[in-house]
Design a protein around this ligand. Structure first.
Ligand SMILES: [Ca+2]
Length: 212
């Protein structure tokens, strides 16, 4: 019995060694993988696009939060791409009177993704309120710089916006400068978990994930 036990412990050592080597190889690969994943999510943050269903008659054009013109009103149940939050369905309300007021509100019925409401008085005084999930301090800053438009005609709706500040973050990311400090908001995180956490807790969780 004792001999057999010794034999087992002896034979485990090469296996442990093999495991260590096997773990080290993917770990070195992972850092490259994570780097690429960060550049990928920085890139996806540059765009939001949604459609095709809505109800009403509405159009809005914006060149950042400081130049917004909106006319009409609509409800939308849009599916689309919202940066690192990925593909989601959102319920939204758009309404406005040109050069008087513009309201843009979204909510996500099932999962997170920093849903918000923005209100613009005149063409250039915009305030934003986020629900429980927030995009992070610098994400809130970059949210002011969406450029694009949305339109709803009877039952069809389309939205496309580009964010030059997120694009700058994407470019600087290649040189190791995380301009918007969002690299640690990791790709593929648990949305249900994120919904329950405050931003700081969430960031800590992201750092632990990164250190693994
Ligand atoms: Ca970044």
């Amino acid at each position: 019995m004792a001999t057999s036990g010794t034999h087992h412990s002896m034979s485990l050592h090469p296996i442990c060694l093999a495991f260590s080597v096997l773990l080290l190889v993917p770990l070195s690969g992972c850092s490259v993988g994570r780097y690429c994943a960060r550049r990928g999510q920085d890139f996806t943050d540059c765009f939001n696009a949604a459609g095709p269903l809505g109800f009403g008659l509405h159009a809005r054009v914006k060149a950042t939060d400081f130049a917004v013109v909106s006319a009409g009103g609509s409800f939308s149940g849009a599916s689309g791409w919202w940066g690192r939050y990925g593909f989601q369905e959102r319920l939204g309300v758009d309404a406005g009177a040109p050069f008087v007021v513009a309201v843009d509100g979204y909510d996500v019925p099932h999962i997170g993704g920093a849903p918000y409401q923005s209100v613009t008085w005149g063409p250039c005084v915009t305030s934003r309120e986020y629900n429980e999930v927030r995009p992070g301090p610098r994400g809130e800053f970059s949210d002011k710089f969406w450029v694009g438009g949305t339109a709803t005609v009877v039952i069809l709706s389309a939205r496309f916006e580009f964010n030059p500040v997120e694009f700058a973050d994407f470019l600087t990311g290649w040189f190791g400068w995380d301009l918007l400090e969002d690299d640690e908001l990791h790709f593929g995180y648990d949305r249900a978990l994120r919904d329950k956490m405050e931003y700081e807790e969430y960031l800590e969780e992201s750092k632990r994930w990164q250190a693994e």
